[in-house]
Design a protein around this ligand. Structure first.
Ligand code: PEP
Ligand code: MG
Length: 595
């Protein structure tokens, strides 16, 4: 049966593929295909994990103290029985045999099938056995992680023909923590759908950086979509079409080809300088999450890195933080890869929807009843862990010996925080000098992403060399809505006059003070804003490498003077709401943009 699921568009383009349902806790399992010759070994790994867990459970049972409750022994019996149940093992083998999934993926795919069957059971007792199957599978996955993997390497993922033909796959999950999104960087999925999440949630941001079509906030998506359903993801409309008719499928295949052609055309702009029609040079920088992303930044023709979100180096490490040397290696790798272009390294922005461990922001809220976006996040966390902070500062400063490094501080709200940061930088420099470790001079910038910072900007401008506007958080904090909460996604409005007024105010004040200013939030990569930001005086944009070409195309078509007087009149005038309406109207009329 064909039906549609609506969500939020977060990453453009069309993806067509078979649904692979993965529960949130399973997303961090590696998903890759094994070669035909490896199928036997993979099944052996599966059997080995079953035998290991059986031995583990039998030992547990043998060692149960005499006074242990009898239920415990009965539970172990149930787990042993499940472990040897054909529904689990033979069906998992089938995923490996027929689909060539690696053992972990096959096992979690089979768990999804069984979990659904349990969910549909009438009998409460039987329904609750789902938790037992999950625990058994969890143990087997842990056993596999302890054993050897099948030696998959990024370079040789063999995309295999499945029973249904050589079809791409689309991942469908309730939620994906940003840390787990990193797995997509080396995964086989050509698109994904999640039930929760907002347009600028970090999960969505990482999806955009991967440049694969995605829909978040699809609410019931993972409940109504079935394993192996054929999906069309319309990443521009935020729409998932499940089991489309032939005619719809054909239309989307056509659109897919068109957008591939369009992209190809855009790559030709790679070496074209980003200059407006009236000769204003615009700096187009890249946002990156991991050192490996620098390659994409260079390939896209970025003039440098405008935002390196270093927190991704801190995630998924079971609470262990990266050492100074590990960080230094990562930062230096980016600086070297950028080959003389500036690299803006932001100190860690852990917290809110980017927790250190695998919990998503939703789970954090659920477990602790707190609003992590308003808690110990970003520079607040850094200042509360001075040794960790200085360690990161030293690693960043050391990387400056290899190229042009800029240091960026997230979420500043109080001037006292800025003063503490600058003191910490001085201490870190002194420590490096004492240790004889070289570093160069580094510009220090403040992110303006809390309305308080935008409102007292001159006080920050006195202390910093540059500012970078984080529109994602600026919108979240100004409009009082959680950027990761799909239930208020309709209110997340970058066109809100309060946002435009704050952005315009920061740009004009920074320029008047002779300090450089850029926008590194998602607004910078949204073609609908290019002209208005240029008219406000912005000359530096930082975005995902995949967005650079289309923003450059817009820059080439823009005359920076065209809207300048309307912008001035709007933000100097009394009726900002009306002024912004006129501005949007003029944008649509003049540039054909679709705000
Ligand atoms: C922002 O808030 O706009 C920003 C660039 O930072 P992040 O998205 O990492 O919070
Ligand atoms: Mg931010």
């Amino acid at each position: 049966m064909s039906f549609q699921v609506f969500g939020l568009p977060v990453s453009r383009g069309v993806a067509i593929g078979r649904a692979v349902l993965v529960s949130s806790s399973r997303v961090d399992v590696d998903h890759y295909f094994v070669a035909e010759a490896q199928v036997g070994d993979e099944i052996a790994r599966l059997r080995q994990s079953r035998d290991d867990v059986a031995a583990e459970l039998s030992a547990l049972q043998r060692d149960l103290p005499a006074d242990a409750p009898p239920e415990l022994s009965a539970l172990l019996d149930v787990h042993l029985m499940l472990l040897h149940d054909e529904a689990l093992i033979s069906a998992t083998k089938q995923w490996i045999n027929e689909r060539h999934y690696n053992a972990e993926w096959a096992l979690s795919a089979q768990l999804e099938v069984l979990a659904r069957q349990f969910d549909e059971m009438e009998d409460d007792y039987l329904r609750e056995r789902k938790a037992d199957v999950e625990q058994v599978v969890e143990r087997m996955l842990r056993a596999m992680a302890r054993g050897t993997s099948s030696g998959w390497a990024e370079s040789d993922v063999p995309i295999r023909a499945t029973a249904a033909g050589a079809e791409p796959l689309v991942l469908v999950a309730n939620d994906i923590a940003p840390a787990d999104m990193l797995h997509f960087k080396r995964s086989v999925f050509t698109g994904f759908v999640t039930d929760v999440g907002g347009k600028t949630s970090h999960t969505a941001i990482v999806a955009r950086s991967l440049d694969i079509p995605a829909v978040v906030g699809a609410r019931e998506g993972s409940r109504v979509i079935r394993q192996d359903d054929l999906l069309v993801i319309d990443g521009d409309a935020g729409l998932v079409i499940v089991n489309p008719s032939d005619i719809v499928l054909e239309e989307y295949r056509f659109r897919q080809r068109q957008s591939e052609l369009e992209r190809e055309k855009l790559t030709r702009l790679r070496h074209t300088p980003a200059v407006t029609m009236d000769g204003e040079r615009i700096e187009l920088l890249a946002n990156i999450e991991l050192p490996a992303d620098a390659k994409a930044a260079v390939a896209a023709g970025a003039a440098g890195v405008g935002l390196f979100r270093t927190e991704f180096l801190f995630m998924n490490r079971a609470g262990e933080l990266p050492t100074e040397d590990e960080q230094f290696d990562a930062y230096r790798a980016v600086v070297v890869a950028m080959n003389g272009s500036p690299v803006t390294i932001r100190t860690v922005d852990i917290g809110a929807d980017k927790p250190l461990d695998r919990l998503s922001a939703g789970e954090l809220r659920h477990e602790h009843g707190l609003n992590p976006a308003l808690g110990l996040r970003a520079v607040r966390w850094s200042l509360s862990e001075p040794a960790m902070f200085r360690q990161q500062l030293r690693a960043i400063l050391r990387a400056s010996a290899f190229g042009k490094v800029k240091l960026l501080i997230p979420m500043l709200t109080h001037v006292s925080e800025a003063v503490q940061v600058l003191e910490a930088v001085e201490r870190a420099k002194q420590q490096l000098m004492d240790a004889g470790k070289p570093f160069s001079s580094v510009d220090i910038g403040a992110m303006v992403e809390v309305p308080a910072a935008a409102l007292i900007l001159p006080s920050f401008l006195r202390l910093f060399d540059f500012v970078s506007i984080g529109t994602n958080d600026l919108i979240q904090y100004t409009l009082a809505l959680d950027r990761g909460d799909e239930s208020v996604a309709h209110l997340y409005d970058p066109w809100h006059p309060a946002i435009l007024k704050l952005v315009e105010g920061v740009i004009s004040q920074a320029r008047a003070a002779g300090k450089s200013v850029s926008v590194c939030g998602e607004m910078a990569g949204d073609p609908a804003f290019t002209e208005v930001l240029i008219a406000m005086g912005l000359r530096s944009f930082s975005m995902h490498p995949s967005q650079i070409a289309s923003i450059k195309q817009n820059v080439l078509r823009t005359d920076s003077r065209r809207l300048a007087s309307l912008v001035r009149a709007t933000f100097k005038g009394e009726d900002i709401w009306g002024g912004c309406e006129r501005l949007r109207h003029a944008l649509t009329l003049l540039s054909g943009a679709s705000p």
